[in-house]
Design a protein around this ligand. Structure first.
Ligand code: ADP
Ligand code: TZD
Ligand code: MG
Length: 586
């Protein structure tokens, strides 16, 4: 053996007895069944990503941290395990922070691991490379935030993060990893002993018998009951139990956007197409994993009927959610599965379903409205309107119900949500509680990676602009993602004018007739440009058959959309502005 070879052998033997921060972090994640990381590399985490990949983890690199973060958030919702996003210090961290806040707002488990600069330098504000007190900044946007300073604490830090993300109401957790930590070396055996596999991170939370009895009393007194199912119920992954509960009670139900498909939207109790009727007329509402926030007009006004005319029963894991907007007559605090099981056990075999006069009236309204809508979904006009394009999407999803529909925009979102039926649980990802634009491509990547299913992303042209560069990521990983851009040349509409009469385009307009399909072609994917429903149908069929990354530029009439889609009422109004700009709202 030469001298150099001998020295190398000694070094290798020593490295087997030692471990470091990099490896402990990877081992701690893997020990807790976390095998995928969504990241953007750079100092100090470049090698962490490489080593994780070398150790068999799936490490997907994005072009911008926000989309890596949205991917992690969506992964958390789809899998009921924390999705992990990894970013570099300061600017990378801040880019990922929106996604962490989004995960927390949506009650999805996610962990943002961010590299950070040298503590001693940062804390004295000596001007380090990418200096920032990230822990302090992350804390208000996260369910919990931790920093690990010593290699021997990595197991503890990861365990804290996993449990905080999952336990009770799920949320986003921040884990600060200073660069120096990754290079710290310690004894390998001691290191392994320091790791923690979290036991029962998501424990069942069973409601008390008195609370269950109270809920049964309120529900059985109802004459016109309604169930509202939210994404908390979809997240809970107790799909058979949910179906059993709804069918046993025999109440009409409204699925919130991401709870669509938990029971198929074509189910005879689904009241989506009779939304106005059931919100107004119902006398009792059972909320299951759905908050009475702005998305439900806080449970009053806007179509909710007479104030005080309803009693509410609410199932939620978070006790403080109760009475946040309306008095809750019967709170059921617990996880959806335990609460549904307890309710079913309590009512046993003797449940009287609501009178046919109620369910029949709801059903008749649904059938009538679906029939009324049908012809609008079948026109082959050029350019398309939202109905003709989404009629095609509706059929494509009906024919391929395992497809995950990602959806964002204003009209592109609101119209798709009401037109496109979802048939299976957790097959719809959208803008969530904040109505955030730009979740599309990150969600599409996560959906494809976590499930292997075909993804169809229906995107407003503005919404797509927030995340469009990630089509390169989709092409790089050869993901089965088909993006349809509803291209109406702008935000809400493409026909707005500049009210000064000047040269600049209106604030809501984009370059007319843009060819987004060429962006996908630039990275080796398939691009298609379609102007009517027949062409769109053909292009989607080809994308599904080939499973190749595809972007379809669907030309939509610039005048087809409404200002702010269905939530124009949220725009502030002023009599002064109305007097100055008579064209406003025209
Ligand atoms: P949506 O937007 O679909 O109406 P929200 O995000 O407003 O849904 O509400 C989801 C609710 O579900 C949150 O209040 C959250 O605490 C709750 N939740 C999340 N997971 C569970 C679970 N496993 N069991 C019960 N409630 C849950
Ligand atoms: N920025 C972020 C992050 N989220 C937002 N929701 C907005 C800005 C404001 N916004 C909306 O609420 S919808 C929308 C914006 C910019 C775009 C709507 O245009 P679109 O869809 O092209 O995506 P339609 O089909 O033209 O309505
Ligand atoms: Mg648009």
């Amino acid at each position: 053996m030469t001298e150099t070879a001998a020295a190398q052998a000694t070094q290798e033997a020593a490295s087997l007895e030692l471990t470091d921060g990099f490896h402990l972090l990877i081992d701690a994640l893997k020990l807790n069944d976390i095998n995928t990381i969504y990241n953007v590399p750079g100092i100090p985490i470049t090698d962490l990503g490489r080593y994780a990949q070398a150790q068999g983890m799936r490490v997907l690199s994005f072009r911008h941290e926000q989309h890596a973060g949205y991917a992690a958030a969506a992964a958390g919702f789809l899998t009921k395990k924390p999705g992990v996003c990894m970013t570099v210090s300061a600017p990378g961290f801040l880019n990922g922070l929106t996604a962490l806040a989004h995960a927390t707002t949506n009650c999805w488990p996610m962990i943002l691991i961010s590299g950070s600069s040298e503590r001693e330098v940062v804390d004295l504000q000596r001007g380090d490379y990418e200096e920032m007190d990230q822990l302090a900044i992350a804390r208000p946007h996260a369910k919990a935030a931790y920093r690990i300073l010593h290699a021997k604490d990595i197991g503890l830090g990861v365990a804290r993060a996993v449990r905080a993300a999952l336990a009770g109401r799920p949320g986003g957790v921040y884990l600060d990893v200073p660069g120096a930590l990754l290079g710290q070396v310690m004894d390998a055996v001691e290191g392994e002993k320091s790791l923690i596999k979290v036991v029962d991170p998501n424990p069942a939370s069973v409601p008390g018998a008195d609370a269950v009895a109270r809920a049964v009393d309120v529900l059985s007194a109802a004459r016109k009951p309604l169930i509202i199912i939210g994404k908390g119920a979809a997240y809970a992954q107790c799909d058979d139990k949910m179906r059993e509960l709804v069918e046993t009670l025999g109440f009409p139900y409204l699925p919130m956007s991401m709870a669509k498909g938990l029971l198929p939207d074509t189910h005879e109790l689904c009241a989506s197409a009779a939304r106005s009727l059931v919100l107004k007329e119902s006398d009792c509402v059972l909320l299951i994993g759905a908050r009475l926030n702005w998305l439900l007009s806080h449970g009053e006004g806007r179509g909710w009927g007479e104030k005080g005319g309803k009693s509410f029963v609410q199932i939620d894991i978070e006790a403080t959610e109760m009475d946040s907007n309306q008095p809750i007559a019967a709170p059921l605090i617990g996880d959806v599965e335990s609460c549904a099981t307890a309710l079913l056990d309590a009512i046993g075999g003797n449940w009287k379903k609501p009178d046919e006069s109620w369910t029949g009236a709801v059903r008749a309204k649904v059938v009538g409205n679906v029939e009324k809508m049908a012809p609008r979904l079948q026109n082959n006009n050029s350019p398309m309107d939202y109905h003709s394009a989404l009629g095609v999407v509706k059929q494509a999803i009906a024919d391929h119900p395992d497809t995950i529909l990602v959806n964002e925009g204003a009209n592109a979102l609101d119209q798709a949500r009401s037109i496109v039926d979802i048939h299976k649980p957790r097959k719809r990802l959208d803008v969530g509680t904040w109505g955030i634009m730009g979740i599309g491509m990150g969600s599409a990547v996560a959906a494809a990676v976590e499930t292997g299913n075909q993804v169809l992303a229906v995107e407003g042209d503005s919404a797509f602009g927030f995340c469009g560069m990630e089509v390169e990521t989709i092409c790089r990983y050869k993901l089965p993602v088909c993006v349809v851009i509803m291209n109406n040349n702008g935000i809400y509409r493409g026909d707005n004018e500049n009210w000064s009469g000047g040269e600049d385009p209106a604030t809501t307009s984009f370059v007319p007739d843009s060819r987004y399909d060429m962006m996908m072609q630039a990275f080796g994917g398939v691009g298609a440009h379609v102007t009517n429903a027949d062409e769109l149908r053909q292009a989607i069929a080809e994308a599904f058959a080939s499973r190749k990354p595809t972007l379809i530029n669907a030309v939509i009439d610039p005048a087809a959309g409404k200002e702010s889609g269905n939530i124009g009422n949220l725009n502030p109004q002023s009599v002064v502005a109305q007097a100055r700009y008579p064209q406003a709202g025209k």
